[in-house]
Design a protein around this ligand. Structure first.
Ligand code: GRG
Length: 305
């Protein structure tokens, strides 16, 4: 069943729809991850350990939901959804390394370098990103090579120096230093927003949607990504390890520049709610078809993990 056709309204309906989509996504993740075999089997085992851990699958759900707007065949949408999750998981694995944020727990289990070792975690992350490109470049993702090329180009931009890696660099540079709202916003837009933006645009690319629709989804993603990150920061202050699956209170310890550190929890939550409202407003052109994406934006602000 498609996400938009899932019964139930409000946040509970979104959680149910996400759980149903997660089952579909995880089945494709299983098939597109390498099977452990040969002398390099440890690499495949480590990749599977990180990817198949219980993540929220938020970015794949975005890719599936935006693809539904343009009636993209499910098989194609799922391949791109899975590619986004590979790229996302790579960033988590590398972010947890001792040379980055040095996190011992991720997705409710020891982080990859703790379960295996640092070299294996570096290699597993290194292997997941090109696997994302391999999946998207395959003709099964789309018959039109130009569509595949655009997917590859857009993910490269989202993951590279003008995307996640650039954002991570700002994150490291401003640690333990005062940062203004402009710097924090830019850092979060690159670190978190760029991949969320790719996930939203991917549906439009697959569906060869008009530029106006792609622009609307980009604008939705920009506000949604910031709201998502603010809530992530709030959960680090107000959440629990049991709910989030990772250590909490780390941002303050590491001297991270966050919206919560700058604005305080109350104003940060107000800001997240305002951003979710703004995100919803960008979906007007999609009418009823945008209903699930609207509910997803509200869900992002109310989530507890
Ligand atoms: C390339 C090393 C490197 C880093 C890029 C994305 C990123 C920068 C680092 C990942 C760590 C991090 C906390 C990023 C902020 C974005 C974010 C909120 C990630 C967690 O995403 P969720 O909550 O995680 O969707 P799950 O586990 O549910 O998939």
């Amino acid at each position: 069943m498609t996400l938009s056709a899932q019964p139930g309204k409000g946040v509970i309906g979104v959680a149910e729809a996400m759980a149903a989509a997660t089952a579909e996504i995880d089945a494709v993740l299983q098939t597109l991850l390498p099977e452990p075999s040969g002398p390099e089997r440890r690499l495949a085992e480590a990749m599977r350990y990180a990817v198949l851990a219980p993540g929220k699958r938020f970015r794949p759900v975005l890719a599936l939901s935006t693809a539904e707007l343009f009636s993209v065949p499910r098989r194609a949408a799922l391949r791109v959804a899975v590619a986004v999750e590979f790229a996302h998981t790579y960033s988590l694995v590398h972010d947890d390394l001792p040379c980055m944020d040095d996190d011992d727990m991720r997705r409710g289990q020891p982080s990859l370098h703790k379960q295996y070792d640092e070299a294996t975690a570096v290699l597993a992350g290194d292997a997941l990103l090109p696997l994302a490109f391999e999946v998207m470049a395959h003709p099964e993702t789309h018959a039109d090579a130009e569509v595949r090329l655009e997917l590859v180009r857009a993910l490269a931009e989202a993951a590279g120096p003008r995307g996640m890696v650039g954002g991570q660099m700002i994150d490291l540079v401003v640690e333990h230093k005062p940062a203004d709202i402009g710097t924090i916003t830019r850092m979060q837009q690159l670190k978190t927003g760029a991949l969320i933006s790719f996930a939203c645009e991917a549906g439009a690319v697959l569906g060869k949607a008009p530029a106006s629709a792609r622009q609307a989804l980009k604008a939705y993603a920009r506000d949604l990504g910031l709201a998502f990150q603010i809530v992530d920061d709030l959960l680090d202050v107000e959440g629990t390890e049991a709910a989030t699956g990772k250590k909490v209170g780390k941002d303050a310890t590491l001297g991270k520049a966050t919206f919560v550190a700058l604005l305080g929890p109350e104003r940060a939550r107000t800001q997240a709610t305002m951003l979710a409202d703004q995100a919803v407003a960008h979906l007007d052109a999609f009418g009823e078809r945008g209903a699930f994406l609207r509910r997803l934006a509200r869900f992002v602000v109310q989530r507890s993990h």
